[in-house]
Design a protein around this ligand. Structure first.
Ligand SMILES: Nc1nc2c(ncn2[C@@H]2O[C@H](COP(=O)(O)OP(=O)(O)O)[C@@H](O)[C@H]2O)c(=O)[nH]1
Ligand SMILES: [Mg+2]
Length: 412
């Protein structure tokens, strides 16, 4: 408070000069004092809001440092809030997600986690698991043959319910991780089919050079677009063909490297030619298990109607990158192909949350085969319960905390 030269009323914004040690005014601004425990971290917090600017801010910071404070580490405020019980772990991670959110939908989703909705659902599942644990541990004192069939049925029923709940939770969390991480979509195909034109059309901008000369695109070019709130990382590649041009060959090997790492390949085909033997050869060379979507481009030239069409078992999109016909349908098809089901009721789960949810699910799967050995069954339930509780941080190792909070930016 000596910086402000006056006592501050709790939680009232006070206009005050900020004073150097010799009483000279460094800046003037707003001081806000939050006495513990009613602050973000649960500790005493003083906020000084100055005019900013590199020099004045440095002077003020220096002055505060001489008074015995030190700069916070990345995530230290949220870590303290967690340690003081102001936030649980999933909520604290929601803070980082909110800051990092790349789209409005991602931000909305992170706010829901921050508000505790995700924790509440995890907590409810953990509670049901705890009840089942209690029920099971109570039977442990009896010899195996004395557990009546009603108890056994009750256990089976409860376990099935918990497992179904976990499945739903995983589904909702998987969607959240799509919102956070996005998906990598690679545009692949022969030269000159219109891959670069399609990227430009999707990005709504001239990101890539388009010419009628086959082999124009040499490098893999990345561009992130917002597809219904999901960050879609689109990679345009060199056309795949036999060539002796060294630069083009390098481009083609980069194209295959990008395809290896993609979540989805968009196979662009020139609809004036239809799917040729070369297109088929590219399709057969795709990595096993990689999902792909066929796009028949240049429908304006081929005089085909734009839209979704059935192409054997799968659906394909007929469009024109030049006129924009069929682009709406392409967006829907892309969203479906990467597994997007809409932003309703989903949670922003981190890789750590997903891992814990999957662990709990597989432990419970194993538990369902152990009903005949109640002691083993009880042990599996305990492990699954622990996995769930690690999400909200009720049971967490110290080194994990360091790892989580170091991802934050400084000052949060
Ligand atoms: N009429 C028509 N021309 C197109 C369409 N898409 C691309 N082109 C043309 O096809 C040529 C090759 O396009 P480009 O995007 O460079 O193909 P890439 O080699 O697959 O990247 C260019 O002259 C484009 O203007 C389309 O939908 N309709
Ligand atoms: Mg190109």
């Amino acid at each position: 408070m000596s910086v402000c030269g006056q006592a501050l009323q709790p939680r009232v914004a006070t206009l005050t000069p900020f004073l150097a040690a010799d009483g000279v005014v460094i800046d003037s601004g707003i001081a806000l004092y939050f006495p513990a425990p009613r602050s973000y971290t649960g500790e005493d917090v003083l906020e000084l809001q100055g005019h900013g600017g590199a020099v004045v801010q440095q002077q003020l910071l220096k002055r505060c440092l001489t008074l015995g404070v030190r700069p916070a580490e990345p995530g230290e405020f949220s870590k303290r809030a967690f340690l003081n019980g102001k936030l649980d772990l999933a909520q604290a991670e929601g803070v980082a997600d909110l800051i990092d959110a790349a789209t409005e939908e991602a931000a909305r989703c992170a706010r829901r986690t921050l508000s505790g909705e995700f924790s509440a659902v995890i907590g409810a599942t953990a509670d049901r698991l705890l009840e089942l644990r209690a029920l099971t541990e109570a039977t442990l004192d009896f010899p195996e043959e004395e557990i009546d069939s009603a108890t056994r049925e009750d256990q089976t029923h409860r376990l099935a319910q918990i497992r179904a709940g976990l499945d739903d939770l995983l589904k909702a969390s998987n969607q959240g991780s799509l919102l956070r991480e996005g998906a990598r979509v690679v545009l692949a195909g022969q030269p000159n089919v219109g891959k670069s034109s399609l990227l430009n059309r999707l990005a709504g901008d001239d990101v890539v050079i388009v010419t009628e000369i086959p082999g124009t695109t040499r490098d893999a070019i990345r561009q992130t677009i917002n597809l219904r709130g999901i960050p879609l990382h689109i990679i345009d590649t060199a056309g795949l063909r036999e060539t002796t041009d060294n630069v083009e060959l390098l481009g083609i090997s980069r194209a295959w490297a990008a395809i290896e790492q993609a979540d989805l390949a968009v196979l662009v085909i020139d609809s004036t030619q239809g799917e040729t033997a070369e297109d088929e050869a590219i399709r057969h060379k795709l990595p096993n298990g990689l999902r792909y979507l066929k796009v028949y481009n240049k429908c304006d030239l081929a005089q085909l109607p734009a839209g979704i069409k059935m192409d054997g078992e799968a659906c394909a999109v007929v469009l024109s990158a030049k006129t924009g016909a069929g682009m709406e349908e392409l967006q829907s098809a892309l969203a479906a192909a990467i597994g997007w089901q809409g932003a309703e009721g989903i949670f922003m789960a981190s890789a750590r949350h997903l891992e814990a949810l999957r662990a709990a699910r597989s432990i419970l799967e194993r538990a369902s085969t152990r009903l005949e050995q109640q002691e083993l069954f009880a042990e599996e339930l305990r492990k699954a319960h622990q996995a769930l509780m690690s999400i909200t941080g009720t049971v967490t190792a110290d080194d994990l905390l360091g790892e989580i909070f170091s991802r934050f930016c400084i000052g949060k």
